[in-house]
Ligand binder design. Structure first.
Ligand code: APR
Ligand code: PHB
Length: 394
């Protein structure tokens, strides 16, 4: 087997890169460990920056997003029982975000790939990259009981945090930066109308809470819980009761509750590896970096990596600009670290840290109060939330 760009992983990173390359006439083959249904069963984030929206439009997969996605011109921060509106549009000179679930983005990309006749091999096992420092790398893998060899020009490691791509890089060639937080997010999906028209990020003495949504009839809510918490300890009733306590009372009174259709706990982590390239292997998305979800940056960072690698590969194949390949990592990491900073900051400001002493807690409270009561502070939050610009590839 032979292709130009071998992609490991059919999450949003792999599928979006595959779609853009395919449209540009560059051959790809995607190897995915799970089945398509399994990939679509994962409930993940749902806020797209303008840059990602534009990229999905460029990739020709925006039809349903443009029809069904919810454009949000702002969001709310709840502190001491009061809402502060962060007017994204006014504070950023007209930018906004799109609320559209990652699951839907993935489904649209899968449909587009199938319609284009490009190949994704699901249930591909034992994927292993080889010869990454040579001009002719290859992957070995097992599919339906047979072993295959896939030769390629480049390998895109889009296989998430637990994938093989990053592990194929010798440990001494990678620098790892990591912070693990002492809490997780318990998330619930329910077919109930959202409590508020905007997303609400709430800081409360009992812990952080977030009110989000997927549509006018489907809500997504999260609660900060201790990292060792079990989802079995949380009946729907307990979840709704705790959420009400953490929301300003006027919102709690309006909250419509109902049976959950999904409930899960995700740990919070900040993680970056440097560099994001090893020979002809490039890491994208969660394979290279993780952010805590408080700034809604995970999916969006994956999209900016995809944009960067796509534009570089385009110039490599069309203009022979191979020197650009060496720039991939530094270009990505500049944006990655800014999003890491913002995600860490939002997390630090809005959560309760079990080990924090009284002084640290007061500092965090007053830092947040300062930011939300200052035009400059709100502008900083808004500018980061809508997403920092993508670097041009020249
Ligand atoms: N071989 C093949 N595929 C693999 C392997 C492997 N060894 N390991 C993992 N995969 C697949 C996973 O099954 C998954 O479908 O790679 C895919 C990775 O997808 P994601 O984890 O969704 O990562 P990514 O595409 O980078 O998406 C960006 O940002 O913060 C997040 O929630 C956000 O998941 C989103 C991510
Ligand atoms: C979500 O809707 O799942 C969501 C929204 C905003 C975040 C994180 C998650 O910051």
């Amino acid at each position: 087997m032979k292709t130009q760009v071998a992609i490991i992983g059919a999450g949003p990173s792999g599928l979006l890169l595959g779609q853009l390359l395919h449209q540009a006439g560059i051959q790809t083959l995607i190897l995915e460990r799970q089945s398509a249904d399994y990939v679509l069963g994962r409930i993940r984030a749902g806020v797209l920056e303008q840059g990602m929206v534009d990229l999905l439009r460029e990739a020709g997969v925006s039809q349903r997003m443009d029809a069904e996605g919810l454009v949000h011109d702002g969001f709310e921060l709840a502190l001491n029982g009061q809402l502060t509106h962060i007017d994204l549009k006014a504070l950023t000179g007209g930018q906004s975000v799109m609320v559209y679930g990652q699951t839907e983005v993935t489904r649209d990309l899968m449909d587009a790939r199938a319609a284009a006749g490009a190949i994704t091999l699901y249930n591909a096992r034992e994927v292993q990259p080889h010869g990454l420092k040579t001009d002719q790398p290859w992957l070995t893998f097992e599919h339906e009981g047979e072993t295959f060899r896939l030769e390629c020009d480049y390998v895109a490691g889009c296989d998430g945090f637990h994938g093989v791509a990053r592990q194929a890089i010798p440990a001494e060639s990678l620098k790892v930066f990591e912070r693990v937080y002492p809490f997780g997010w318990l998330g619930i999906l329910a077919d109930t109308p959202p409590v508020h028209e905007e997303l609400v990020y709430a800081k409360h003495a009992r812990g952080f809470a977030l009110c989000s949504m997927r549509s006018p009839t489907r809500s997504r809510y999260y609660l900060q819980v201790p990292v060792e918490e079990s989802v079995d300890a949380w009946s729907d009733q307990r979840f709704w009761d705790e959420l009400k306590v953490r929301l300003p009372s006027h919102l709690a009174e309006q909250l419509v509750t109902g049976p959950s259709i999904e409930k899960s706990i995700a740990p919070l982590r900040s993680f970056v590896v440097e560099p994001m390239q090893y020979g002809r292997l490039f890491l994208l998305g969660d394979a290279a970096h993780i952010v805590p979800p408080t700034g809604a940056k995970g999916l969006n960072l994956a999209a900016s990596d995809v944009s960067t690698l796509f534009r570089i590969l385009l110039k490599v194949y069309r203009e022979g600009r191979v020197e650009l390949l060496e720039k991939y990592s530094e270009i990505c990491l500049r944006r990655v670290w800014k999003a890491e900073r913002f995600s860490w900051w939002m997390t630090s400001m809005l959560h309760q840290f079990p080990e924090a002493d009284g002084f640290s807690q007061r500092i965090a409270e007053s830092e947040l109060a300062y930011f939300i009561n200052s035009h400059a502070g709100r502008t900083t939050i808004a500018e980061n939330y809508v997403g920092l610009p993508y670097e041009a590839i020249e």
